[in-house]
Design a binder for this molecule. Structure first.
Ligand SMILES: Nc1ncnc2c1ncn2[C@@H]1O[C@H](COP(=O)(O)OP(=O)(O)OP(=O)(O)O)[C@@H](O)[C@H]1O
Ligand SMILES: [Mg+2]
Length: 237
């Protein structure tokens, strides 16, 4: 098997001097793919994303991007290398306007980012309408669009989303998934954590079920949806 575009491989580690949360955990994604991480609350999904992004030290294992070992890089340096990350919480600046949030996303760029801004507004038209409004005044689904848009402003080579549809209605969830599929079709690999396991696996090229910091099941989205063990334990039968 060839080297994935982004891989956190056999990651073991936890927070500070605390116990290990991840145990030999592997997650990866390739260009054009949507890879989805599901699992119960507290399984370590966000921790695995943070480990890939460099927000906690892995005691063993490695993170590689386009074949390069980036295990020792800071999150900032990983952004420069092309990682866009939308964390589960505090992912926008509530008191700043929508457009200021998006501009903040382009902080590492020295080139003209106006074209990317237009692309984000094309993807999420509501953000253009509300560009001068404080982001904190937006609905949950609109805020998530700001957060995803902000990550896209760096022109990342890979996009990592931790629960992009958290707290939104089923209709808004479907819309967000459609936008995420649209972004993936441009070739940008997407690695995302989702609470809505069934719907997320339906759009996933690759799925990971994490349980207690370990890989419990790995396969294509369709494989996992059809797996009796996954269905029984995680999809409600
Ligand atoms: N900053 C932190 N410091 C110490 N422990 C943490 C920290 N963040 C999370 N943990 C612990 O790590 C474990 C995994 O948490 P994590 O947030 O990765 O789970 P999750 O799968 O993302 O859950 P959820 O579905 O609720 O978002 C939990 O036991 C949690 O208490
Ligand atoms: Mg989480």
């Amino acid at each position: 098997m060839s080297e994935p575009f982004l891989i956190g491989e056999n990651m073991t580690g936890g927070y500070g001097k605390g116990p290990d949360i991840l145990h030999d955990c592997t997650i990866a994604v390739n260009p054009g793919e949507i890879a989805v991480i599901v699992g119960p609350n507290g399984a370590g999904k966000s921790t695995a994303m943070k480990a890939v992004f460099g927000m906690l030290t892995v005691r063993s294992g490695s993170v590689r991007l386009a074949g390069e070992d980036i295990t020792q890089l800071s999150p900032q340096d990983r952004v420069v290398k092309g990682m866009g990350f939308v964390p589960q919480t505090s992912n926008i600046f509530a008191s700043m306007t929508v457009e200021e949030n998006l501009e903040m996303g382009a902080f590492i760029r020295t080139d003209d980012f106006s074209e990317t801004l237009e692309q984000v507004y094309h993807l999420f038209p509501i953000l253009k309408d509300k560009r001068n409004q404080a982001a904190g005044e937006l609905s949950g689904g609109q805020r998530q669009q700001v957060a995803v848009g902000r990550a896209l402003m760096t022109k990342p080579k890979v996009l990592m989303l931790d629960e992009p549809t958290a707290g939104v209605s089923p209709i808004v969830m479907d819309e967000l998934f459609d936008r995420i599929i649209e972004v993936a079709r441009t070739g940008l690999p997407i690695l995302m954590v989702e609470q809505n396991a069934k719907q997320a696996l339906e759009i996933a090229d690759k799925g990971y079920v994490l349980v207690q910091g370990r890989n419990a099941y790995t396969g294509t989205g369709q494989d996992l949806l059809a797996d009796p063990g996954v269905r029984k334990s995680f999809l409600g039968g």
